[in-house]
Design a protein around this ligand. Structure first.
Ligand code: GLU
Length: 504
C-alpha cells in the first residue's frame, strides 16, 4: 500500500488560530497513526495578506505542540520548495496544460468592469456570478473570436485564467467524516485559477501541490467543504486521481453558537492562539496558551478532544496514545464547543502528574522565586503542598506568596473573626511551646491540638489567629504544613509581629 501523506497548508496571514492548530494536530495524528508523513506547506500566493513573522510563528507553534513536520520550508524534503511563492514555474507548466483542455479559459475583464456589472445586477435585485449564464456576455476567450483574443494578447492586455464550470452535472462527492453528498455544477461559478500577475489562486495551487507532493489525504477545516466540487473537477480536468478528503468540524464559541473567532479571545478572556503574537504593524499582542502558562501536552490533549473522542472516552492521553487511538472516521460532524474551564481542567490534571522537578524548573522562572533564597528542597515542599489547588505553575506562587514574604497587613474582616482580647496571650503561650517543638508538620499538629485542649480552647481559637499571623488571611493549606515550611524562626517572628507589632 502507498504511504499516507498528509499536509497542513496554512496561509501566513497572521498567527495560527486554535482551529488551525487542531487541523495540524489531526493531520499529524492521522499521518502518524497510519505510518505516514506529515508535511507543512506554506500557502503564500496572496501577497496582499502576507504577514511578516507568520511562517516562523506557525513552525514554532507546531514545535511547541510537539508535532514537528517531516517536511517543511525549514526541514526541507523530497518535494521542496514547500513555499508556494517559490513554485511559480511548476504552476506555469500546469496553467499551460489546463488551458489546452476544455476546463479553462482566459478572461480580460478588468476589476472595474466587473464591479460595474455587479452593480447593474444589484440594481435589478440580483447577485452577479461569473458562471455559465454570464460568461458568454463577458470579455473572455469563450465570448470573443480567436482574432480578438489574439489582438488583446498582443497588446499585452492583462488576463486571468478561469475554470470553465461544466453545465448540468451532478457531482457525487465523498468526505470521510461527512459521507456522500451531491452538488449540481450549475450552482458553482467560474473561479479564477490564475491571477493577472501569473500566480495561481489558492484553488489551483492547492490542487497542483497536493498532486505534486503525492498527498494521499486532505484533512482540513470545514470552511473548505464548498470548494470540494471545484477541487474534484480540477483533478478531473488534469486527469489526476484525487486524494481522499476529510473536512473537520468547526470549533464553536463557548456559548455553542458560531465559529470561535480570532477576536473571541479578548471578548471571553482566554487565548485563541497557541503562542503570543505581536502584530508587526500595530504592535498589538495576541495572547498565547504557552505564555498563559499551559503545558504543551495539556494544550494538545485538550485540543485533540475538541471534535474527536477515543473509543473508551478516556480523556487524559499522551501524544503517543493519541497517535495509537486516532481514527479520522470517529471525528464528529457537529461543531465542538470551546470551554475555557475544560482547558484549565486539563492543565490542572497535567500539573498533578508532572514530575515535581519539572514544575520546579517553571516555578523558578518567576522572578520573586528566582530572587528568593529558598532551597530547592523548600520549593519542592511548597510545590507538593500547593499544586493540588493550582491550575498553572504560577498559581503555586500566587496562592503561596506568603511563603516568600511575611504578611504586614491583616484584613479587617478576618481580624474580627479570628481575634479577641485573649488572642495575644494565647499566641504568646503557644509561641513559647513551639520554641521547643520539632518543626515537623505531624508533630506541630499534635502539639497545637494538645495546647488547645489543655487550655480548654476550641481549636479554632488557636488555629485561626495563628493562620492569620502566618498567611495574613484566613486561607491557605493546613497550618502545621505552613509552619514546617516556614521554619521555626520565621514562624515565631510572624507570630510576634502579629502580637506586638500591630495595633488593632
Ligand atoms: N491555505 C488554506 C488555508 O489557509 C489551506 C486550505 C487547505 O488545507 O486546503 O486555510
Amino acid at each position: 500500500m502507498k504511504k499516507t501523506r498528509v499536509r497542513f497548508a496554512p496561509s501566513p496571514t497572521g498567527p495560527l488560530h486554535l482551529g488551525g492548530v487542531r487541523t495540524a494536530l489531526y493531520d499529524y495524528l492521522f499521518a502518524k497513526n497510519t505510518g505516514g508523513d506529515f508535511v507543512l506547506r506554506i500557502e503564500d500566493t496572496d501577497v496582499a495578506r502576507y504577514v511578516e513573522g507568520a511562517e516562523n510563528y506557525i513552525l514554532e507553534a507546531l514545535e511547541w505542540c510537539g508535532i514537528s513536520p517531516d517536511e517543511s520550508p525549514k526541514h526541507g524534503g523530497k518535494f521542496a520548495p514547500y513555499r508556494q511563492s517559490e513554485r511559480r514555474e511548476i504552476y506555469e507548466k500546469y496553467t499551460a496544460e489546463i488551458l489546452k483542455t476544455d476546463f479553462a479559459y482566459i478572461a480580460f475583464d478588468t476589476t472595474e468592469e466587473l464591479d460595474e456589472i455587479r452593480k447593474e445586477f444589484e440594481t435589478k435585485g440580483e447577485v452577479f456570478s461569473y458562471n455559465h449564464q454570464t460568461r458568454n456576455r463577458l470579455k473572455n476567450s469563450i465570448s470573443l473570436s480567436e482574432t480578438e483574443v489574439q489582438n488583446l494578447l498582443e497588446k499585452k492586455i492583462p488576463f486571468v485564467v478561469r475554470f470553465k464550470m461544466p453545465i448540468d452535472r451532478i457531482l457525487n462527492l465523498e468526505d470521510i467524516i461527512r459521507g456522500k453528498f451531491s452538488v449540481n455544477t450549475n450552482t458553482l461559478d467560474d473561479k479564477v485559477l490564475v491571477k493577472h500577475d501569473g500566480m495561481p489562486t489558492y484553488h489551483f495551487a492547492n490542487v497542483i501541490d497536493d498532486r505534486e507532493m503525492e498527498i494521499s489525504h486532505v484533512i482540513r477545516g470545514e470552511e473548505w467543504l464548498p470548494s470540494l466540487g471545484l477541487h474534484v473537477l480540477l483533478y478531473e480536468a488534469m486527469n489526476w486521481e484525487p486524494p481522499q478528503f476529510a473536512h473537520l468540524p468547526l470549533i464553536l464559541k463557548p456559548e455553542g453558537k458560531g465559529k470561535l473567532s480570532k477576536r473571541d479571545g479578548d471578548k471571553f478572556g482566554f487565548p485563541v492562539f497557541p503562542l503570543n503574537f505581536k502584530d508587526p504593524e500595530t504592535g498589538n499582542i495576541s495572547k498565547g496558551y504557552r505564555e498563559e502558562g499551559y503545558f504543551p501536552d495539556a494544550f494538545v490533549n485538550f485540543l485533540a478532544l475538541l471534535g474527536w473522542s477515543p473509543s473508551d472516552d478516556k480523556e487524559i492521553l499522551s501524544l503517543d496514545e493519541m497517535i495509537q487511538e486516532f481514527d479520522i472516521h470517529k471525528v464528529h460532524k457537529a461543531g465542538a464547543r470551546f470551554s475555557k474551564e475544560k482547558a484549565e481542567w486539563f492543565n490542572h490534571q497535567y500539573l498533578q502528574k508532572k514530575p515535581t522537578g519539572e514544575i520546579l524548573k517553571h516555578l523558578k522562572e518567576i522572578d520573586a522565586v528566582k530572587n528568593s533564597d529558598f532551597s530547592d528542597d523548600k520549593l519542592l515542599k511548597i510545590i507538593n503542598l500547593m499544586k493540588e489547588r493550582a491550575t498553572f505553575t504560577k498559581d503555586i506562587y500566587e496562592n503561596g506568596t506568603f511563603f516568600f514574604s511575611a504578611p504586614k497587613t491583616f484584613d479587617e474582616k478576618s481580624l474580627k473573626k479570628a481575634w479577641n482580647e485573649d488572642t495575644p496571650n494565647i499566641l504568646n503561650e503557644l509561641s513559647e511551646r513551639l520554641q521547643t517543638t520539632d518543626f515537623k508538620s505531624e508533630i506541630l499538629k499534635e502539639n497545637i491540638h494538645q495546647f488547645a485542649e489543655t487550655k480548654g480552647l476550641g481549636i479554632g481559637k488557636v488555629m485561626m489567629p495563628l493562620r492569620l499571623a502566618l498567611v495574613g488571611e484566613l486561607k491557605g493549606p493546613d497550618v502545621p504544613d505552613i509552619l514546617e515550611i516556614l521554619g521555626k524562626n520565621e514562624s515565631l517572628e510572624r507570630i510576634e509581629f502579629m502580637v506586638f507589632g500591630v495595633s488593632f
